[in-house]
Design a protein around this ligand. Structure first.
Ligand SMILES: [Zn+2]
Length: 424
């Protein structure tokens, strides 16, 4: 899908330090050649002469990275797609989108304009997207129709999954009120149709969902009473019914991250190879926002949960849940990475997570996530070293989408001046 328009002339980027997404050490003074929308070669500047027909750009004292991927962005409008691009996000997974047949009626073109120093006849290609259809939920769903498919029996679940598979979705989304038997039926049918299943679940525990074979779980807030210590569950449910509490804050207050319930959950996630996108920026919003007392009260336990998932070898993806109030498309991915550093990851690790690891988990390892010959030429040119300070990841001078430089507004809404370059 989304076959990009090809760049018309090869481009050689000379002299940058390459951070290739795989976690390998950075490679200074490297030449990257882009041809026909793909990466043609990556090699030491002294060995790799630019092809004779290439436009040459000097990017000494710059850093080149693969484009970032957001594993959880409900982004379809052209404004939000443009925002993703401006922050260096060149591919994403939308875990709850209109069906492909409905999407074509939406204003979904990112409308990125080729930069002024680019061959003017180059055509801007689209961002790559992996999409679920409308979520399956047990009634009454908190999502209004037609944004949701309400199901009450296993037969209805199987029919809904088959219908979405026939409509061309890339994965099946399961929502909060589905009980364990319907989650199991949906996962089994999704796999029969050759599709993965992703859950944002509250009435099925993560342990049960993992054992049912679910492929992905979203939001680091498992929030099921069975994951609390046994002697605290009744009190939690009583408080919930009486609506006396902030449910998520209370759950985190009561959970024992080193207790048998969470240890069993983490083992199930790891043993069943479930990919989890914590969307810490989203959990923060549920807890009232960055400075809310509810957030401050339990944030160390939220990060503690993510840290335990990490050290136990659970596959973690980087996603945001943008766009929502407090979660802006593109910018939120950078904040998510900062939270992940707070949870114990290094800068190099979070960059690999948002590039190579996200791409592999989304089934895009053949085309995205690393600076490898043959992959799509989606990449970023940064003005400062992101391995020294993660904030430098936002110091984006250029974004290339399938080899085509994108025009980026600066802080005043003006366009960036073309990057200085010289022909060698
Ligand atoms: Zn979401």
């Amino acid at each position: 899908m989304n076959q990009p328009q090809h760049q018309l002339r090869p481009l050689a980027l000379l002299g940058a330090t390459v951070v290739d997404g795989t976690g390998s050490p950075p490679r200074p003074d490297t030449t990257v050649v882009l041809r026909a929308g793909r990466i043609e070669s990556v090699g030491p500047g002294i060995d790799l002469a630019p092809p004779d027909d290439a436009e040459v750009r000097d990017v000494h004292r710059r850093w080149i990275l693969p484009g970032l991927l957001d594993a959880h962005a409900h982004v379809e409008s052209s404004a939000n797609l443009r925002a993703l691009l401006e922050w260096g996000v060149t591919a994403f997974r939308n875990p709850a989108a209109p069906l492909p047949t409905q999407l074509s009626a939406l204003d979904q073109a990112p409308a990125p304009t080729p930069a002024p120093n680019q061959t003017p006849t180059s055509t801007a290609p689209p961002l790559h997207a992996v999409r679920a259809g409308p979520p399956l939920d047990y009634p009454p769903s908190s999502i209004p129709r037609p944004g949701v498919v309400e199901v009450t029996t296993a037969d209805e679940v199987r029919a809904a999954v088959r219908s979405q598979a026939a409509a061309g979705v890339d994965l099946i989304k399961l929502y909060v009120r589905l009980p364990p038997n319907l989650v199991r039926a949906a996962v089994t049918q999704a796999h029969r149709c050759g599709l993965p299943a992703l859950g944002d679940l509250a009435l099925t525990s993560w342990t049960d969902a993992a054992r049912a074979g679910i492929d992905f779980l979203s939001h680091a807030m498992p929030r099921h009473p069975s994951l609390l210590p046994a002697d605290l569950r009744e009190a939690y449910l009583r408080d919930l019914r009486a609506r006396r509490i902030h449910p998520l804050k209370r759950w985190f207050e009561l959970v024992d991250l080193d207790g048998p319930e969470i240890r069993e959950m983490i083992r199930a996630l790891r043993d069943h190879s479930v990919g989890v996108d914590p969307t810490l920026v989203g959990v923060e919003v549920v807890l009232g926002g960055p400075n809310a007392p509810e957030k401050r009260a339990v944030w160390s336990k939220v990060l503690g949960l993510v840290s335990r998932l990490r050290t136990s070898g659970v596959s973690l993806l980087v996603g945001t849940d943008a766009p929502r109030p407090g979660i802006n498309a593109g910018e939120s991915l950078h904040r998510e990475l900062t939270h992940l550093v707070d949870a114990g990851f290094s800068e190099a690790e979070v960059i690999s997570m948002a590039t190579a690891h996200n791409a592999a988990a989304l089934g895009l390892a053949h085309s995205h996530g690393t600076l490898t010959p043959g992959r799509r030429a989606d990449l970023l040119v940064l003005g400062a070293n992101p391995l020294a300070h993660l904030a430098h990841l936002a110091n984006i001078e250029e974004v290339y989408l399938a080899g085509v430089a994108q025009r980026r507004p600066d802080n005043n809404g003006q366009q960036h001046k073309p990057t200085a370059r010289r022909h060698l």
